[in-house]
Design a protein around this ligand. Structure first.
Ligand code: FE2
Ligand code: FE2
Length: 455
């Protein structure tokens, strides 16, 4: 009896020893590759990443606030320690996951010179990506081109927009005003979306704001927080932040979080607007998702948003507010409290009158076709049932920003230019508040002269 107890105890000790040894070995094996999260968290959150290919995919650049750095994020099926190699330098990545069976890696390229070409690759000893080349944004450039979209996804129209972006080798940046992949809880949809955009996102940064579809059923904003980066910190995504490009201070705000005057976001916006250097960046653009002006019958104007923020925008000289959410295209006149403040000269405006609001939810999701009738006075141009993207150019010599709304067939639906200098009085096409009256004056003068000759 005592012998069998002793054998049992010995057996238990051996089993305990073997179990402990196994745990230690597992820990020693995996500890180096899970330095961003502990093993327990890995096993709980994404056990599927403990095996699988370590070939980089979903590679995308993320512009930072620092003109000398660029972040790159990528994914692998299996966990690994990643790194980025660029211009003879290397940097280790932070490696992490969320409750989806895909491992993510984020690394920062440093010591970049504005305007220089940077060639890089990501991965590790086992699996490297191709080499890609991007040009670090140079704030002093006299010409800068970028594309802005909203409400994208991967429909056939969305793919047309993606192809147009990929083939536009002059654009140096893409912005998205929310509703990005429409994963809506299906995480592989994000993987597919990033792989589709990879040809563009590896060579130019995409800057994103959150839409309602980034707040996913069962996940909240977690996938967005882990797949994009605005502050170099995993899981501490700020949903409002700014970036600068030549001539333009871009503010990305969230219409999906509290923006009331007593909110953190409102205080941040106040502080951010006050910090804009108009000599360096004469134009101030706010990107958000829900529009405060929209004459589409599906969602329409977000009145709560307008009540909370419009006067802050007006008082701080915000030039353009670029939203989505309603799947159509609309541009307002410079407007404040529904009052048209200026009608410019044809397709040319001078900044400083009031913000022009755009809804550009045309990048691929089903069009919302019903419009409010009659067209509100503040609505300068609107177009439904079409898909496309907006293309922007900053001209540093003229100190002006031009925009064209391209349909996916390549035709232009709308375009305008916003200049820093006031419109000259001759070119201003508003006489006594009547738009278009200015252009009639030369015709009246010729008519009058002809009449005088007849007499
Ligand atoms: Fe949408
Ligand atoms: Fe939306």
């Amino acid at each position: 009896m005592r012998g069998s107890v002793a054998r049992l105890e010995t057996g238990l000790r051996v089993r305990n020893f073997v179990r402990t040894l196994a745990i230690v070995l597992v820990f020693l094996f995996f500890a180096p590759i899970v330095h961003a999260q502990n093993l327990g968290e890995t096993l709980q959150e994404c056990p599927g990443t403990l095996t699988g290919s370590t070939q980089p995919q979903q590679i995308h650049l993320q512009a930072t606030q620092d003109a000398t750095t660029m972040v790159v994020i990528w994914a692998t099926e299996g966990r690994s320690m990643g790194e980025v190699e660029w211009n003879g330098q290397t940097a280790a990545s932070s490696d992490y996951c969320y409750n989806h069976d895909m491992a993510f890696h984020m690394a920062t390229m440093t010591d970049l010179v504005p305007g220089e070409e940077v060639t890089y690759r990501v991965g590790n000893d086992g699996s490297w990506s191709d080499e890609y080349t991007f040009t670090q944004i140079d704030q002093s450039s006299k010409q800068f081109e970028w594309i802005s979209i909203a409400d994208h996804g991967d429909s056939s129209e969305g793919m047309d927009v993606s192809e147009a972006i990929i083939s536009d080798t002059d654009a140096r940046l893409v912005t998205i005003s929310g509703d990005i992949s429409y994963a809506d809880g299906e995480q592989s949809a994000w993987d597919d979306w990033f792989n589709i955009q990879q040809d563009s996102m590896t060579v130019i940064p995409w800057i994103t704001g959150v839409g309602n579809h980034e707040n996913e059923p069962g996940y909240g904003f977690t996938p967005y927080e882990h797949r994009f980066d605005s502050d170099g910190q995993i899981e501490s995504e700020m949903f409002w932040y700014s970036r600068q490009i030549p001539g333009v201070h871009m503010v990305f705000m969230s219409t999906e979080h509290d923006y009331d005057p007593d909110s953190t976001q409102y205080a941040w916006l106040e502080q951010e607007f006050a910090s804009v250097d108009r000599e360096a960046t004469p134009f101030l653009i706010v990107y958000g998702h829900s529009p405060m002006y929209s004459s589409n019958s599906y969602h329409g104007s977000e009145i709560e948003l307008r009540t909370a923020l419009e006067q802050l925008y007006v008082e701080n000289g915000v030039d353009l507010v670029i939203a989505g959410h309603d799947h159509f295209y609309e541009r307002t006149w410079p407007v404040s409290a529904e009052m048209v403040m200026d009608t410019g000269n044809g397709d040319r405006f001078a900044r400083g009158e009031a913000p022009i609001h755009l809804v550009i939810g045309t990048a691929g999701r089903s069009a919302y076709e019903d419009l409010d009738e009659p067209q509100p006075e503040w609505s300068a141009y609107r177009e439904n049932s079409t898909y496309g993207w907006t293309r922007w150019v900053y001209d540093g010599e003229a100190r002006e920003v031009s925009m064209a709304f391209y349909r996916i067939d390549g035709s232009i639906g709308d375009e305008f230019t916003l200049q820093e200098a006031p419109l000259s009085s001759e070119s201003k096409d508003t006489i006594l508040g009547v738009p278009g009256f200015g252009s009639v004056l030369p015709i009246l003068a010729i008519f009058g002269a002809a009449l005088r000759r007849l007499r």
